[in-house]
Design a protein around this ligand. Structure first.
Ligand code: ADP
Ligand code: ADP
Ligand code: MG
Length: 667
């Protein structure tokens, strides 16, 4: 391969991705004076990354296979727009050697390593073999070619349980199962293979010793085409759910200076083994004492901003300069750590419903401004639609500060001041995580989230006096604004005429909870709010996204969104969803039945786990659905008998379709 053909100056960059990472790459490319080309699917016509780029090309239908993963159409899009280079982002084709090769063959600069380096490091099995030879410490395990059941079973026995069964081609925590005893092995392999085949088109497995209570530590590296290779310190990504990172920070609060040097040196050795060019990450697990190599990601990582914030380096800029054929601008000893950074991944998902992805239109999107140490990397705006076709990550909230404690405080404030409506997000869950004393104290391992799930997904507090008053204030505030907007309306002067004291009654409830009553006294004299025996003086001053409510002499800020009779409030006590009970009555407690086993989102039935007519315990698995490439097992909502199964393996089902019926026991 000709190096000058691989890496050379270019003026137009095609960004072969979507969402926040496409937006993030476009931002730096533009700042460097490049022309940018976005690509999109039919589901993403209105997406943010399309609006940000200078040009955009429609690739095809929503399904990633027909659009973002279609190599031929991508190359064609580059040709049509005169793009000379391709940045793959992360996910999608970023670690696909065939794509890197196709770019090279089409005369395009691929912003990343060569296809050869990718092939060498892309498979977990292959890279482990390389690392073994290079003397990088590994987790013990089996990463051989033979894949028959007997070989895998023997390997697992030899390693000793617990073991981790892992897809060699895996990513994003998919195709991975912890196996604690010999009899769990075979079904775990079947299910991991199925998930890996669907997600990566490759179901080869490796088996590793499962390091108990591990930490995840990884090192950012970058190499140029002149033989220079640098490590940009480490990130700690121990807060994970289902082997997928949730919170990441840099530097690791766990390592001391000597350990830091050891892990960075091991990472340079690992990348050096393939004379790596481009940005990459060497991932390790740690048992608290030593670190063991698990894999290399030959791309930019989701969590790269925390490294950028502590080193002051724009990694996308460096990637592009390496792709131009330039030498890295700094030497190893010129790269230093400044302060601490923490990142939280904001997902469209419902933590209280087993993190089920949430889709729909984002009716409200209010994230804090990028001031006071905060950085927001977003891929969505108000009015955008989250579709079920792609990863559910919406944005990243990242905080920098001189110390870890202050960085956490700033991140918390950033999360606290975020209001997203229309879809369900994990923002309250992230807040609960970041305020957990054990997270503050760094007393965590990768199993922490799973163990603390009940605490982290605890129900919101019940509304108190402040929230009831804020609810009335929100309604009055909105009515006032509508009245101003319709100042010429003949009803307006009528409605607010001060004809002595008048009273208006309100009732609110949360979910199916009891009604809480409050009255507003208004007319001549200052208005007051009455809850039971208490009467409180109040004033409202409208502002962006809500109002300041002064109640009994204390002013506090309230964020509010009113959607018909549904009120969303954020007060100093947290977030509240209140239903304004129709003052004209007629509302009956509707029964939201959990008894129907229905598809929560569009998906494919991949396994039926119970037979019709059998008795089921509460929580017994009934069937497995693949939703957004993740397997979701639907379970019995209560003990009973499985009356009927209304689908079969392979069925593609729409949201809300009934899949099975359970008859409660004793009826
Ligand atoms: P990081 O290691 O950068 O934190 P993740 O492992 O969470 O990133 O993956 C980043 C994104 O890429 C996620 O959307 C994930 O689902 C996706 N992804 C990662 N590896 C693959 C792969 N091999 N094939 C398809 N998608 C992948
Ligand atoms: P992916 O490609 O999906 O990112 P990884 O091999 O990086 O796969 O593993 C994902 C996560 O699973 C790691 O971050 C780590 O928390 C956990 N993990 C991986 N290997 C092991 C192991 N051998 N023992 C314990 N945990 C592991
Ligand atoms: Mg990984």
């Amino acid at each position: 391969m000709d190096r000058s053909k691989l890496y050379r100056r270019f003026r137009t960059l095609l960004v072969a991705n979507r969402g926040e990472i496409a937006c993030r790459v476009i931002r730096t490319a533009r700042a460097m004076g490049l022309r940018t080309v976005a690509i999109y699917s039919e589901a993403d016509r209105e997406a943010m990354h399309v609006a940000l780029a200078d040009e955009a090309v429609l690739l095809g239908p929503a399904r990633a296979r027909d659009s973002y993963l279609n190599i031929e159409r991508l190359i064609e899009a580059a040709r049509k727009t005169g793009a000379e280079a391709v940045h793959p982002g992360y996910g999608f084709l970023s670690e696909n050697a065939e794509f890197a090769q196709a770019c090279y063959d089409a005369g395009l600069v691929f912003v990343g390593p060569t296809a050869g380096m990718m092939t060498a490091m892309g498979s977990k099995s292959g890279s482990k073999e390389l690392m073994e030879k290079a003397g990088v410490p590994l987790v013990s395990g089996y990463h051989g070619e033979a894949q028959d059941e007997a070989t895998l079973a023997k390997a697992a026995d030899k390693i000793g349980f617990p073991v981790l069964v892992k897809a060699s081609a895996g990513g994003g925590g998919r195709g991975m199962r912890i196996v604690r005893s010999a009899d769990e092995l075979a079904p775990a392999i079947v299910s991991a293979k199925r998930e890996a085949k669907a997600a990566f088109g490759d179901d080869r497995m490796l088996i590793e010793k499962y390091v108990d209570n591990p930490r995840h530590i990884e090192v950012q590296i970058i190499g140029d085409s002149h033989g220079n290779l640098l490590s940009l310190f480490e990130r700690e990504c121990t807060l994970q759910r289902r082997h997928q990172k949730v919170i990441e920070e840099a530097p690791s609060p766990t390592l001391n200076a000597a350990q830091r040097e050891t892990v960075c040196a091991a990472a340079r050795k690992a990348a050096g083994a393939v004379n790596y060019v481009g940005a990459g990450t060497i991932e390790f697990v740690s048992d608290g004492k030593d670190v063991f190599f698990i894999e290399m990601n030959t791309r930019l990582q989701v969590e790269h901003p925390v490294t950028e914030l502590i080193t002051g380096i724009d990694l996308v800029e460096w990637q592009l300069r390496v792709a131009f054929g330039e030498a890295l601008p700094l030497k190893q000893d010129e790269i230093r750590i400044n302060g601490h950074a923490v990142e939280a991944r904001v997902y469209a998902e419902n933590p209280t419903k087993n993190f089920m992805p949430s889709v729909g239109r984002i009716s409200t999107w209010r994230l804090p401004a990028e001031t006071g140490g905060l950085r927001i990397d977003a891929g969505y705006r108000e009015g955008d639609t989250v579709s079920p076709y792609y990863d559910a990550m919406l944005a990243k909230v990242i905080a920098w500060a001189p110390t870890r404690d202050v960085a956490i405080e700033r991140l918390n404030r950033g999360l606290e001041e975020s209001d997203v409506r229309g879809i369900v997000t994990n923002i309250p869950f992230l807040s609960a995580l970041m305020t957990h004393p054990k997270v503050r104290a760094n007393a965590i391992d990768t199993g922490f989230i799973e163990r603390e799930l009940a605490v982290l997904t605890a129900a919101a507090p019940a509304p108190g006096e402040l929230e009831l008053c804020a609810a009335v204030a929100a309604i009055v505030n909105e009515e006032r604004q509508t009245a101003h907007a319709e100042a010429s309306s003949p009803w307006q002067t009528f409605g607010w005429q001060p004809v002595g004291r008048r009273q208006r009654s309100f009732a609110f409830r949360v979910g199916h909870g009891p009604e809480q009553k409050i009255a507003l006294n208004y007319g001549s004299g200052p208005s007051t709010l009455v809850i039971g025996e208490r009467e409180l003086a109040f004033t409202i001053a409208a502002k962006d996204g809500g109002f300041d409510l002064t109640l009994d002499g204390v002013k506090s800020s309230v964020a509010a969104v009113i959607d018909g009779h549904e009120l969303y409030l954020r007060t100093r006590n947290g977030r509240f969803d209140l239903h304004w009970v129709d003052p004209f009555g007629g509302e009956s407690e509707e029964h939201v039945g959990e008894d129907k086993i229905a598809a929560p989102l569009p998906g494919t039935v991949v396994a039926v786990l119970a037979e019709e007519g059998t008795k089921l315990e509460k929580g017994a698995p009934i069937l497995t659905l693949e939703v957004m490439k993740m397997e979701q097992t639907l379970r019995a909502p209560y003990a009973g008998v499985l009356k009927s199964i209304k689908c079969k393996v392979g069925d593609i089902v729409q949201e809300g379709v009934e899949l099975a019926m359970v008859e409660p026991a004793g009826e």
